[in-house]
Design a protein around this ligand. Structure first.
Ligand code: ZN
Length: 383
């Protein structure tokens, strides 16, 4: 007869094999929906009610049929916990195999392992946890391509959530993720007036020259924020002649920051950016103009003070550079923890794998955390 641990491992292996055999790579609409329905069916057995939501606004080409799965406990408590994971993978399925305790498969770590782990933890803890918290389990159909069209819904659910648990893989060095940078991709476009560069009278408005002044001001302003970086990712003018000044100039910037306060102050700076403070030479009839466009604005997942959970005493945390869906749920007064899925190796490659033992270890850890949340109010000190 199988003991408990080996029968659990057998079930995990069976479920992951099934999940990793489904093609849920980018725009494989049917496969993505199939993966979502496997989670939905299990969560509905717990009493969770599900809905599929279409993306809003410009959700990108070919993604109109991709829908966000939201499963919710129909409870009405003061506090809410939301889980976030995704159904899509970067690669189409490749052979799912188990070798020396390692399970290989497309998305086995990112994010089918994590999502399954979240479902299994809820199967164990839902009854007690839902006596105290409203619970949401959210499955994005398109995280790997940015979950476009769903950021507004993430933000809305985040604003109602006190705790957000991200099921992305733990870092390959084992840590959970306690913070992620936010980023702002901003395009700054200046329009001036061209003229002969040998005749520097008032009849020209050099947009490229002013662009440099603007950049210097941005650098100076941003240097006041801790752990904030700025990179110029593009620069162009429409000018290709040496003896004419550029009437047009465009610059794209990638700015990264680690807290909500920096995020709102940086946005505020760009919202109020005007040519008046830069343009040295102005023609009254046609002053230089600055247009600012946010191409992407992702909030940071901010690190909270020391976590008070007993179940996390032996857990180590690290910041992860890249943004993820969980960033959009984060706000100043909620707690976000990501990387609760099994440790993932070689993500987005044809040799992506997890250790099956690590899956059971992390499942146990998540169960302990949810048990602690069900039983104690100590978590409130962290918020
Ligand atoms: Zn992922």
């Amino acid at each position: 007869m199988l003991d408990f641990k080996s029968s659990l491992t057998y079930l995990i292996k069976k479920d992951l094999k099934e999940l990793c055999s489904i093609d849920s790579s980018k725009n494989s609409i049917e496969g993505i929906a199939q993966v979502q329905s496997l989670y939905r069916d299990r969560l509905s057995k717990l009493g969770m009610i599900s809905k599929l939501v279409k993306g809003e606004g410009d959700s990108g080409v070919d993604s109109d049929d991709l829908q966000l799965l939201i499963c919710s406990s129909q409870t009405n408590h003061e506090r809410t916990i939301s889980f976030i994971c995704h159904a899509d993978t970067v690669l189409a399925p490749f052979e799912v195999k188990l070798e020396e305790g390692k399970l290989y498969g497309s998305g086995v770590a990112d994010n089918k392992g994590g999502a399954l782990l979240g479902v299994m933890a809820l199967e164990k803890c839902y009854f007690e946890l839902s006596k105290k918290f409203n619970i949401n389990f959210i499955v994005s159909p398109s995280e790997e391509t940015g979950s476009h069209g769903f950021h507004g819904i993430f933000k809305e659910i985040g604003s109602m959530s006190h705790i957000v648990l991200g099921l992305e893989p733990a870092l390959s060095s084992g840590e959970l993720v306690d913070s992620r940078n936010g980023n702002l991709w901003v395009e700054i476009e200046l329009e001036g007036k061209s003229g002969h560069s040998g005749r520097l009278d008032n009849d020209y408005l050099n947009a490229a020259q002013v662009q440099i002044e603007v950049y210097q001001d941005i650098q100076k302003t941003l240097s006041k924020f801790e752990e904030t970086t700025i990179q110029i990712t593009g620069m162009s003018t429409h000018n290709d002649s040496y003896n004419r000044v550029a009437s047009h100039s465009k610059m794209s910037l990638d700015i990264r920051f680690n807290c909500h306060k920096s995020h709102s102050e940086i946005m505020n700076y760009f919202d109020n950016l005007s040519a008046d403070s830069f343009s040295k030479s102005k023609i009254k009839s046609k002053p230089i103009t600055i247009k600012t466009k946010y191409v992407d604005a992702c909030p940071p997942m901010e690190k909270k003070k020391d976590l008070k959970f007993k179940s996390l005493t032996h857990t180590t945390f690290k910041k992860s550079g890249g943004a993820a869906d969980i960033n959009y749920f984060s706000h100043e007064s909620n707690l976000c923890i990501d990387g609760l899925g099994p440790c993932g190796f070689n993500l987005h490659r044809k040799d992506e794998y997890i250790h099956l033992n690590d899956f059971t270890y992390r499942l146990q850890n998540l169960i302990e955390l949810l048990d602690e949340l069900s039983m104690s109010d100590d978590y409130k000190e962290t918020l």
